[in-house]
Design a protein around this ligand. Structure first.
Ligand SMILES: [Zn+2]
Length: 406
């Protein structure tokens, strides 16, 4: 279960907000569900649940499902309620949606999702190579077109944007993104301007995926998790009791230079065996191109080649997976999380690579003997756009009334 919102000494409005969040998250976890069952599940009085449901229906966040009424047992049959994920034309008003943007180095991904974190539409925007200074404008233009095509009359709550590097969500700035050459860039404001004033929230992509696991993924993620992201950049996030840690300046999660046991790969920092230099997509792509496995340094081509039966590509990806697994072992031993979520492209597509990660991690870890604690993101290959949308949805599930009324 998600940690209950902070209720102690709440004022009238604070208590109302906390109760609304409790009801909304209970409906997320158990819907469709009757009001009296919500009261039993979350410990609020039936009267309080009923009041909150009235507010949440009025705000369009939940809806009644009269078609699901069952009259059995004692008492009056109750109309179950669920998150409002309806489309225009169905019973009641259309459910609200959130946009998500993952800003990558060669390509960005747009997504649209409902209140359950389900991806309704997705589109890619290629912007080849390290991007120029006008990338936020181009991304905003692409997103505006995507939203025009996909929202279809549903209320748009706003847009979340996820990217690698050091991001300060409170300030809305990309503090440092080496591959894009961004320093203290006011990204949220730039995207909001390009999207005609739509609310935009940004965060680091590793933290965003961790948050989407907490909100929409496996129950163990709500107790504690470590998320390791392996792409062109390699970074991590830590979540405890439903909260993703940010630390001073929101700098947590920089594992690029974590030393990988048994790696001798040189790193631009001057040392050898750093995690990012050993396992990043960039590193794999350059190695594969150097060996003639792929015509150009592109990690996705390496994964394609392995899937098509290229044994050398497969060996390279297995070797990378085992190096990732050895890094996972270090994280497991330091933090002992209930769950380690690893976002890495080849293991998202082929569970054999996840098994390599698990085997290497369990082989080296001193605290974890259960390979099932190491998993891929619940949203699979949709993890990035779903995580981006979660940046926008997470505050809604914490403070539904003020988030919507604002
Ligand atoms: Zn290094």
């Amino acid at each position: 279960m998600t940690a209950a919102p902070h209720i102690s000494r709440a004022t009238g409005d604070g208590r109302r907000e906390a109760n609304a969040a409790t009801v909304l998250r209970t409906v997320l976890d158990h819907g469709p569900v009757a009001r009296r069952t919500i009261a039993q599940l979350c410990g609020l009085s039936p009267a309080a649940v009923s009041r909150q449901c009235t507010d949440l229906v009025r705000l369009g966040l939940v809806r009644e499902l009269p078609g699901l009424v069952e009259s059995r047992g004692v008492g009056r049959p109750q109309i179950p309620i669920d998150l409002n994920t309806g489309t225009a034309g169905e019973h009641g008003t259309a459910g609200p949606v959130a946009g998500g943007i993952h800003i990558g180095v060669p390509v960005s991904t747009f997504g649209l999702m409902d209140l359950r974190g389900r991806l309704l539409a997705r589109r890619h925007l290629s912007h080849g190579g390290p991007a120029a200074g006008d990338l936020p404008r181009r991304v905003a233009d692409g997103m505006r077109e995507f939203l025009d095509d996909s929202v279809r009359g549903r209320p748009l709550l706003g847009v979340g944007a996820a990217l690698g590097g050091w991001v300060d969500p409170g300030l809305g700035t990309a503090v440092r993104h080496d591959a894009l050459g961004w320093h203290h860039r006011p990204l949220a404001a730039e995207l909001a301007r390009g999207l005609g004033g739509t609310e935009v929230r940004i965060d680091n992509h590793a933290r965003a995926i961790a948050q989407s696991e907490i909100l929409f993924g496996r129950p163990a993620a709500r107790r504690s998790l470590v998320h390791l992201f392996v792409g062109n950049v390699v970074d991590a996030a830590l979540g405890i009791a439903g909260v993703v840690h940010q630390g001073p300046g929101s700098g947590a999660g920089d594992v690029a230079h974590l030393p990988v046991p048994d790696s001798t790969t040189p790193c631009p920092c001057g040392r050898t065996g750093c995690l990012e230099a050993t396992v990043s997509n960039t590193a794999i792509a350059l190695t594969a191109a150097g060996l003639g496995i792929v015509p150009e340094p592109d990690a996705f081509l390496v994964v394609d080649a392995a899937a098509a039966g290229d044994r050398r590509a497969d060996r390279l990806l297995r070797r990378r997976a085992r190096a990732v697994g050895r890094a996972v072992a270090l994280l497991l031993d330091v933090l002992n999380p209930d769950l380690v979520v690893v976002t890495e492209h080849s293991s998202l597509l082929n569970p054999a690579y996840l098994e390599e990660i698990r085997g290497a991690a369990i082989g080296l870890s001193h605290v974890c003997g259960d390979p099932e604690r190491i998993v891929s993101p619940h949203a699979g290959t949709a993890a990035l756009p779903v995580a981006a949308g979660t940046i926008l949805l997470n505050p809604l599930f914490r403070s539904p009334l003020t988030t919507i009324e604002r």
